[in-house]
Unconditional design. Structure first.
Length: 340
């Protein structure tokens, strides 16, 4: 039933409309009933099922699993629905989905033109390497002359970068992916953190999810141990289930939460300071909420900055490749003209 929502933007709009109705004083079941009146037949049928489950005491978030909502959104909404303010949860989840959609659209626009250029570059490269340059090689061989250095390099590379090479690369990549997916989720995260370009962003992301799942429970009076116990049982993301288990055992052994999060490489170093500050103020939940909001905006600002650099960098690389191919073809022509 994931086709009921075309993309993250339509999911965002749906959650925003629910949040708006709740802010206007509607109950959750009344808000869903209102949505039923203005939905097409497929979504209407699903909403009627949601309405039925709500009347029988089931959770709203459980009904989102089958319609393609991301696991991190489901996990966040679960805790906000059960232990926080569902109105705030729906609004923030809507904002996250909206920014996810905007990021994907921005990425698509950034990648689209370089991708077309790359295809053109590959076609031109194949034509030159398979058709033009071998003819130059035969001509120079018949004249007992040596091809220009750049042209010889291109011909040597073309012998190595043939179909068997790409098939071997694809097989190796497939084996690595299968090996990676068979590893426990904690080991997968650890391996991903060993990649320099991924490390900082992944730590930001994990810290954001950590704080955003904790603060609804802590702000509503749950102790740290109770919060960890709930996350261990209810989180949709396996990583946080296992982390909650580790942290709960650490707390039971007498360790501080700040020390427990700082002894693993999964989170930003600032999380230690945030926890310490929250404990000194007696309101860790509030500090987590502020920090999660800060991280959310920082992640998307940094991502857009990277995208602004990405397209010019790719275009420069493709441009250099085209220039090299052009020179590898023109240098033999100039050599022949000089010989005449």
């Amino acid at each position: 039933m994931s086709h009921l929502f075309k993309n993250d933007r339509t999911r965002s709009d749906f959650l925003y409309q629910l949040s708006s109705l709740l802010n206007e004083g509607y109950t959750l079941s009344e808000a869903i009933n209102m949505q039923i009146q203005f939905s097409n037949s497929k979504r209407k049928k699903w909403l009627e099922s949601v309405y039925f489950h709500l009347l029988h005491g089931d959770a709203l978030t459980d009904q989102f699993v089958e319609v393609g909502f991301p696991k991190e959104i489901l996990s966040y909404l679960t805790f906000m629905e059960r232990y926080g303010d569902i109105r705030v949860g729906l609004y923030r989840a809507s904002d996250i989905l909206k920014k996810r959609y905007e990021f994907k659209e921005k990425l698509r626009k950034v990648v689209h033109y370089p991708f077309l250029l790359l295809i053109g570059f590959m076609i031109m490269g194949v034509v030159m390497v398979e058709g033009v340059l071998p003819q130059f090689a035969l001509s120079f061989q018949s004249m007992n002359q040596e091809l220009p250095f750049l042209t010889r390099i291109i011909l040597v590379m073309s012998q190595w970068l043939g179909l068997p090479f790409f098939v071997a690369c694809a097989m190796i990549l497939l084996i690595v992916i299968m090996w990676f997916r068979r590893k426990p989720v904690i080991d997968q995260v650890g391996l991903a953190l060993s990649l320099p370009l991924v490390k900082h962003y992944l730590r930001q992301l994990l810290t954001y999810y950590f704080t955003s799942q904790f603060y609804p429970l802590l702000k509503n009076g749950f102790s740290l141990k109770e919060t960890l116990n709930i996350i261990e049982k209810s989180a949709y993301l396996t990583f946080f289930q296992q982390e909650a288990h580790r942290l709960r055992l650490g707390l039971e052994a007498g360790h501080d939460l700040a020390d427990l999060v700082s002894e693993v490489p999964f989170y930003l170093p600032q999380l230690y300071t945030v926890i310490s500050m929250g404990e000194s103020k007696g309101d860790v939940g509030r500090e987590f909420e502020r920090f999660s909001e800060f991280l959310f905006h920082q992640m998307y600002e940094n991502t857009y900055k990277v995208l602004q650099v990405f397209q010019p960098a790719i275009l420069c690389i493709i441009g250099i490749g085209i220039t090299i191919l052009f020179l590898s073809m023109m240098l033999p022509v100039l050599s022949i003209m000089d010989a005449w």
